[in-house]
Design a protein around this ligand. Structure first.
Ligand SMILES: [Zn+2]
Length: 119
């Protein structure tokens, strides 16, 4: 029940705008931070690795999805888009994960505890 209540609380905060999904995404490769980028809808981020793996991340309004990947299973493509509207209802939350290529992309969400200057 506690977990459920917490989930409802988070949802409430999202819909009242108190919790703001940041317009920024982070990309991890092999568990290390590869890059962060402000969301620029319509633009792509490309993750190229030494072994030839390539993941292309398409940024959209309020989120992103995996546009293409060299991985065999294409699971990351099927995971669909993460947006500021749907991230708290997705199984993977803010993440799109490509296991074969060890790429983890996430939408950054501000905690309600911190006040972010609006400048
Ligand atoms: Zn993949």
């Amino acid at each position: 029940m506690v977990v459920l209540a917490a989930g409802v609380l988070v949802g409430y905060k999202v819909y009242t705008g108190r919790q703001t999904a940041r317009d920024e995404i982070a990309v991890y490769v092999n568990g290390s931070l590869y890059m962060t980028s402000p969301l620029r809808p319509g633009e792509d981020l490309t993750v190229t690795q030494e072994d030839g793996s390539i993941n292309v991340i398409r940024m959209v309004d309020g989120g992103f999805f995996m546009q293409s990947s060299t991985c065999q299973n294409q699971d990351c493509i099927y995971q669909g888009a993460v947006t500021q509207e749907n991230w708290n209802r997705r199984i993977l939350g803010t993440h799109v994960i490509c296991l074969p290529n060890r790429v983890d992309v996430m939408l950054l969400v501000d905690s309600t505890d911190t006040e972010v200057p609006d400048v």
